[in-house]
Design a protein around this ligand. Sequence first.
Ligand code: PGA
Length: 250
Amino acid sequence: MLIIANWKLNGNWSFNEEYASALSNGLRGVDLTSRQIIICPPSIYLQQMNGLLVDQEIYLGGQDLSDETAGAFTGEISGVMLKEFGCRYVLVGHSERRLKYQESNELIVKKALNAIAAGLKPVVCIGETQEQRQSLQAEKVLSEQMTALIDGLGQQIEQIVLAYEPIWAIGTGQTASALQAQEVHALLRGMLEKVSPLVAQNMQIIYGGSVKAENAEELLRMSDIDGLLVGGASLVVAEFLSICTANRAT
Ligand code: PGA
């Protein structure tokens, strides 16, 4: 099970120090064998966080990476650089990047392939807007996003984590209900049958969109939800700690 904190454009030197120490203390003695906790701070703070989280099994992830590997690409950060600064994971194709920075399915595939080549696990985000959901287009949009991943990544799709993040639920306080999320996760798993039953079965599909301490447990109880991607609630360390330790009833 993966619990990922996406800090987005938040954090600063002293906040990070306090957060890392509270998180480490809070997780001391907690059995983390069945779950991985991953923090995705702004990339400029990766080195600081890498130094602060040394004796705890808390992993780091980037929030984005370049579709290029090196050269004259001002402002970009490569997968190899993220890896060098302690990342194991990287978010790819978050809806904020798809919408605000016009990232296409094609670009997202390139970024995911770069991440894999650099030895990182890409957490590839997909999801539909409110408008698409209301006009009953959600399934079509998700299927297009999935087809782009399946065709573009080929067999390497087995190297990714898939994050279902309905855009209408991100930062809005409007969470998909556990059953709504489960329904989509099962649909996505079904689409992966096209690649192979084994890939479908093994794919980690995590949910994101207004996850909080109060709904984490219910979401994690769903059979096709393999983890959570947490934005706003991950910035409050006590809240994030309860999400990290939410029990998964079997
Ligand atoms: P949120 O963000 O938890 O604040 O809705 C989730 C995300 O964007 O990853």
